[in-house]
Design a protein around this ligand. Structure first.
Ligand code: SME
Length: 153
């Protein structure tokens, strides 16, 4: 998607989500709604979901898309890299990412954004896969980081 079209789309999504999250103070409700809206409004989102650390394991949480890996092998792949390095990863071609974990062979590019709790600790990640190469850019990174902040507004 063109960058200016993405900007417009994200800005409308952000407005819609800001209104929706205020209807409940429950973080699970907010996370689920964020995933649903993103997955259905952005057609290049092939898999959209959270992985959270549970008892030290990077464990799949709510998501939309094909069935995903339940637990990601420690310190392998993009989700662990984003979690360990505390920064967003935009991966144009997952096949060239060292130790990439392929839950679905149709995924070709990916973005992973660290997810913080109310106290600001990183407790997991938001992961989005696309079946096209190079689907994600700094525009996705900027907006997804901003959208995640809505969980604890
Ligand atoms: N590709 C991710 C694993 C999760 S799936 O894409 C849903 C990774 O390398 O961490």
């Amino acid at each position: 998607m063109e960058e200016n079209k993405k900007e417009g789309r994200y800005s409308r999504i952000y407005k819609q989500l800001s209104d929706l999250v205020l209807k409940s103070n429950n973080s699970t409700a907010r996370m689920a709604t964020i995933i649903a809206v993103l997955h259905h409004k952005l057609d290049y989102f092939f898999w959209t979901g959270f992985y959270l650390i549970e008892d030290g394991e990077m464990t799949v949480n709510m998501y939309q898309g094909p069935v995903a890996c339940q637990i990601l092998e420690k310190d392998k792949g993009v989700c662990w890299a984003a979690f360990n390095q505390k920064k967003t990863f935009v991966v144009e071609d997952v096949h060239s990412f060292p130790n990439h974990i392929a839950c679905d062979s149709r995924s070709n590019s990916e973005i992973v954004v660290p997810f913080k709790n109310k106290s600001g600790e990183i407790i997991g990640v938001l992961d989005v896969d696309s079946s096209e190469r190079a689907s994600f850019s700094e525009v996705d990174a900027k907006w997804l980081e901003k959208i995640l902040e809505l969980v604890y507004v």
